[in-house]
Write a protein that binds this ligand. Structure first.
Ligand code: LUZ
Ligand code: MOS
Length: 754
């Protein structure tokens, strides 16, 4: 089935936040933010700004009627700065004016006096200074100390990975107005409508029932709107509460890039030990996470780094420790993979490092240590339905790995200044929110009198195609034409207490709820048929292709007639279902449990060509064998693989966030922050759909697909590294991502300029 938004998107008819027609009297907001990364506010003078044309109101922390608090996991983050600022771009005041330009011009007249305080931008510096978001966490399996003592080979090193700007095409934004009687409406570009509702209630000092959050669709989220859509929606609501006028707040790109958090940069140390047969016996790793100036989702991201620190390998003795370090950067947040990719980059670096020392190819170590059924993860879950070796072997065979290696060797023989590199990248990603309680969902399904259907869930459509999947579930279970079904906006008055659309789990969680609601309606309609037709008990009844089948024969009762007759018999045609993922649990006191419903596996073969005079490179091909379970929509799923892969390649190779020592973002526009464009996309992307075991906790056996493919991008880093080494045998590039063309060049010619 084609993505239901496809035609609307290409016609430009899909409605995003900025397409919502504004009401009469709407005010436009502009956010005034801190011009330094750390300091004490000595004086804030709004008087000149207030006199500017069109300005209606400027509000600060002092105008907040409830609590000035938007922290999610830890209450450590004010909506608006009070006496101190902790990052460059931290919101301090919000200007409301008749036009956005007027609000923006007035913001230049705000006078702020700040006493500067020392700025920390690096996580290890924060760690040294004792600035931690929370106490460190450690996952252990077996005993690394005794295991290392018995190892034949032990290697140590470190690895760094950079942050990543989400660069959703639609920037953060919200539109709020008063309904009546002290209650409010807000349209928000958020992945987490309930997060907006909850924090707005706290800040406004009213109950959640007085705030309706509505989400049509997002122009991308990638985790950047899981938690960080909240402040902008709350500011719009606060502006509305203070002026009684509608307020629109939509960030411009430079403001969005400056004020919002990104993927967490990590700095890590590793130690890895092997036995004679090159099986990994022990692995110790310490992660220093750059959390930024407040907790945001960092504790959960840190946890997922620990969960995925061994990627798709079995390691019997593991000790993994992670520090969430408080720095003066915007609070870093969820980003596709949610700390998992950062953990995987380190184990892949450790394997590449070991291979280099042993004079082997990395893939020899990777292949030997892949997970299999019955293996234990460091967090206690036992591997079931493991596809790690299956994906690896399928990729190697289907794409003829030996031939690929020969071709690359031959190419490298023939070319002096062009060198190719190959890397294999296996992945293993756990599906479920690691916070067990968040794995719940609801759906509300109405069948209208004419046989058409409206479906509401907690799922937010952000371009990932979840609405298409929800529609497929409803159409399949009800046995009707998809054209009869409308997927409604995500709205807190229809579906309450939503978990954010995140963790790759949105289709599973909400799809299960849609399935349950539709099954209940279907059974009710069948009972109605049995009564109407006076059928003997246990007569098989089916509703398929909009027809009723009794004991295998159609009866003259098309869907529309059936629905109307049920309605006329006063049967409820609405159903609300609740789903909570069974089987999962986790005990953080001992860091053990069964946190994931299942795992997704895959293997990618990544080939790059480096121009060894210029340091530039291209990705020739990425060939993937991916574990989809039984994919319910191969178009949508292929789109997720391609998009995730390219986003991962961007993170690992092109996208470089630069902050100066004062904590100011230098790469604050697309002229200085490079995201993959069409030329950066691999020339060939091949995806082999592995029809693997249809996991029952996946919707219709179709495995979650959002985040896992991003981690194939890690292979791009190692493919480049191998190409560099093909040019200069003795090169030992540091494990430091992104591998930008500049860094490639420096690795090719380390003595240049000295
Ligand atoms: N968000 C979250 C996530 O709150 N918990 C998670 O485990 C998670 N995993 C991936 C992406 N977002
Ligand atoms: Mo996400 S990183 O699943 O919001």
């Amino acid at each position: 089935m084609r993505n239901i938004d496809a035609l609307n998107h290409v016609r430009g008819e899909s409605v995003y936040l900025d397409d919502i027609p504004v009401r009469q009297g709407t005010l436009y907001a502009w956010v005034f933010s801190s011009p330094v990364a750390h300091g004490r506010i000595l004086n804030l003078d709004l008087s000149e700004a207030e006199k500017m044309p069109g300005v209606v109101k400027i509000f600060t922390a002092q105008d907040i009627p409830g609590q000035n608090q938007i922290g999610g996991i830890i209450p450590d983050e004010p909506l608006l700065a009070e006496s101190e600022v902790h990052f460059w771009g931290q919101p301090v005041a919000v200007l409301l004016a008749e036009t956005e330009l007027q609000a923006r011009l007035a913001s230049h007249k705000i006078q702020i006096e700040i006493e500067k305080l020392p700025v920390i931008t690096e996580p290890r510096d924060a760690h040294k200074a004792g600035k931690l978001i929370m106490p460190p966490r450690t996952f252990t399996l077996g005993n690394t100390e005794t295991a290392f003592a018995g190892c034949e080979y032990v290697f140590e090193g470190n690895a760094e990975s950079g942050g990543q700007e989400h660069l959703y095409i639609e920037t953060q934004g919200a539109y709020a107005y008063v309904k009546e009687n002290g209650s409010f409406y807000v349209a928000s570009s958020t992945q987490g409508p309930t997060a907006v509702q909850r924090h707005a209630a706290v800040v406004l000092g009213i109950s959640m029932s007085k705030i309706e959050v509505d989400v049509m669709r997002l122009g991308g989220g990638f985790g950047g709107k899981e938690d960080q859509a909240t402040p902008w929606a709350v500011m719009a609501l606060l502006g509305t509460a203070l002026t009684k006028r509608p307020v629109k707040l939509a960030l411009h790109r430079p403001e969005d890039m400056r004020m919002t958090g990104k993927r967490h940069p990590y700095s890590s140390d590793f130690k890895i030990g092997f036995d004679k047969e090159l099986r990994i016996q022990a692995y110790e790793v310490t992660f220093y996470q750059n959390a930024g100036a407040a907790a945001d989702l960092s504790p959960a991201v840190l946890e997922r780094t620990l969960f995925h620190c061994t990627n798709s390998y079995f390691i019997p003795n593991v000790k993994a420790t992670a520090y969430s370090c408080k720095t003066n950067l915007p609070p870093n947040t969820a980003f596709r993979g949610f700390g998992g990719p950062q953990g995987m980059f380190v184990i892949e670096s450790a394997l590449a490092h070991a291979a280099e020392k042993l004079g082997l190819e990395t893939w020899e170590l990777q292949e030997k240590n892949l997970l299999k059924d019955g293996d234990e993860f460091p967090y206690g879950q036992i591997t079931e339905g493991c596809e790690a070796q299956n994906c690896w072997q399928t990729a190697a065979e289907k794409y003829d790995l030996p031939k690929l290696r020969e071709e690359i060797a031959a190419f490298n023989q023939q070319h002096k200044f062009l060198k190719k590199g190959l890397a294999l990248m296996p992945i293993c990603f756990g599906i479920s929110f690691t916070k067990t309680a968040m794995n719940q969902s609801r759906a509300l399904v109405h069948i209208y009198q004419d046989g058409s259907v409206g479906v509401s869930t907690g799922a937010v459509e952000m371009g990932q195609g979840v609405n298409t999947k929800m529609l497929q579930v409803a159409a399949t279970v009800l046995g009707i034409d998809p054209n009869r079904i409308r997927i409604e906006t995500t709205n807190t008055t229809r579906v309450a207490n939503t978990s954010p659309s995140a963790a790759s789990a949105t289709a599973d969680l909400n799809g299960k709820a849609v399935q349950m609601a539709c099954e209940a309606l279907r059974e009710r309609l069948k009972l109605h048929i049995a009564i109407q037709l006076d059928l003997p008990e246990n007569t098989p009844i089916e509703i398929q292709d909009e027809q009723v089948w009794v004991a295998g024969k159609t009866v003259e009762l098309p869907w529309e007639k059936l629905v109307f007759s049920a309605y006329w018999s006063r049967i409820s045609l609405s159903e609300n279902a609740h789903y909570a993922t069974p089987e999962i649990h986790f005990n953080p006191a001992i860091e053990k449990g069964h946190p994931f419903a299942y795992h997704v596996y895959g293997t990618a073969l990544v080939t790059a060509t480096v121009d060894c005079l210029r340091g530039t490179y291209e990705f020739d091909s990425v060939k993937i064998a991916h574990d989809f379970g039984s994919s319910m929509n191969t178009n949508v799923d292929l789109g997720q693989i391609e998009g995730g892969l390219v986003q991962g390649i961007g993170w690992m190779t092109l996208e470089e966030l630069l902050f100066n020592p004062e904590g100011r973002l230098l790469s604050n526009a697309l002229s200085t922050y490079k995201v993959p464009d069409i030329y950066a996309v691999p020339k060939e992307i091949a995806v082999h759909f592995m029809a693997t075991q249809g996991i029952k906790l996946a919707i219709f056996g179709s495995k979650a697909v959002g985040e896992p493919p991003l981690m194939y991008g890690i292979g791009a880093y190692f493919a480049l590294r191998n190409a560099i080494k093909a040019f200069r045998l003795e090169a030992v590039p540091r494990f430091s991502a992104p591998m930008t063309p500049e860094k490639v060049l420096l690795n090719l010619y380390p003595d240049f300029g000295t």
